[in-house]
Design a protein around this ligand. Structure first.
Ligand SMILES: [Mn+2]
Length: 377
């Protein structure tokens, strides 16, 4: 019995496929699978026809979960041999790919235009696909999916709001125990505990906790380093809600605070606010990047802002569009992007502040409410 209801976006996906002449799309990547069936099922792939019918093909081990916890119209399990205790039929296949191919053939798609994820499928997988379905025409639909995923519907926005709240809860809990003498690992552990125990469902990664000279490393994941006095500490956490992510960064400083700490912190916040203020429908992503960068350049720290200003978030922590000088994507209502300027001074330390921003019909809404004032511990 399938109980989950298909969301409206399935119709949009089907229409998009049909408009480019694709009869059926074959999805393997975890993020697009979540987008298509509403959950991450291991050892699975899914097909969506241009009429919007969804068939999930999965290992027999995942059959019950795929039936109950996705909105697939049909679930086809496969197994490499017969198991007498199973109360459902499986197709006999040694692996997922052959199972998928036999389903495509069974459903009459052996001579169709089949969409596939060119940016995900390996060349060996692509080779096997085209060998087993040698009369079909294959068309890359990676960009079609990433373009659709850029604009979130109300349900997706709500999940990201909740993910953002979970990051804020992790800030509260981990900053409570953060002090001189505590290791970065301990801070990261407290953050992870808060995210998991509060019910976050998704993929967890070791949080970024980078103190002292390590804070000059933009992606300094937690280490055994002990937090010392007068150090900048970057906390960059990603928390999930039903496979959607919130992604926030705050920078703290341990006492005693120096003028240089305060100065670079205030420049970063000015850049952050200037970039956020520039966000509205019709604006190019590169213009938002310029709004952040121009502030940092003005104060003479341009060479120390070594990454782009932000990125889309959703089912991936980093997805399109990018707030970078080379992305000319036009912002649209429903897009959610991070804005995260930073200054990194080798041998001294770094500051980054990151907020998650929804593009609205007439401007923007900041989804997080955790203070952006310099936190001193
Ligand atoms: Mn980010």
């Amino acid at each position: 019995m399938i109980t989950m209801r298909k969301p409206n976006r399935i119709r949009r996906i089907a229409q998009a496929l049909s408009s480019v002449g694709v009869d059926v799309a074959l999805i393997f990547s975890p993020e697009n699978l979540c987008y298509l069936i509403g959950n991450l099922i291991d050892y699975s792939a899914a097909l969506i026809t241009c009429e919007g019918k969804i068939v999930t093909i999965c290992s027999f081990l995942e059959y019950e979960r795929a039936k109950r916890e996705t909105w697939s119209d049909e679930v086809v399990p496969y197994s490499s041999r017969e198991y007498s205790y199973l109360n459902f039929k499986t197709i006999r296949s040694a692996n997922l790919l052959s199972a998928v191919c036999s389903v495509l053939i069974d459903y009459g798609f052996s001579k169709s235009v089949i969409g596939f994820e060119g940016s995900f499928v390996s060349s060996s997988l692509y080779g096997s696909l085209t060998r087993q379905l040698n009369e079909a025409i294959f068309k890359d639909v990676s960009k079609l999916f990433s373009d659709l995923r850029q604009v979130k519907d109300d349900y997706e926005v709500d999940l990201i709001r909740r993910a953002v709240k979970r990051v804020e809860y992790a800030f509260e809990r981990s900053i409570d125990i953060l002090s001189v003498g505590v290791s970065e690992f301990e801070v990261a552990g407290e953050a992870l505990k808060a995210m998991v125990s509060s019910g976050g469902k998704g993929v967890f990664k070791l949080p970024i906790v980078a103190s002292g000279v390590r804070s000059a490393l933009p992606h300094g994941r937690a280490s055994s380093k002990i937090i010392g006095e007068s150090e900048l500490v970057i906390l960059d956490y990603v928390a999930p809600e039903e496979w959607y992510y919130g992604d926030l960064t705050r920078t703290l400083v341990t006492r005693p605070v120096s003028n240089k700490h305060e100065k670079i912190y205030s420049i970063v916040v000015e850049a952050l606010n200037n970039a956020i203020d520039s966000i509205k429908p019709g604006v190019k992503c590169s213009e938002v990047d310029r709004a952040a960068r121009s502030v940092i350049v003005k104060y003479g720290y341009g060479d120390y802002f070594i990454h782009s200003t932000g990125h889309g978030i959703g089912l991936s922590v980093h997805e399109s569009p990018r707030l970078s000088s080379s992305d000319s994507t036009i912002l649209k209502p429903g897009m959610i992007v991070t804005v995260e300027p930073g200054i990194y001074i080798p041998g001294f330390g770094g500051v980054r502040v990151e907020r998650d921003v929804l593009v609205t019909d007439d401007g923007f809404e900041i989804l997080d409410s955790y203070p952006v004032d310099l936190i001193v511990v």
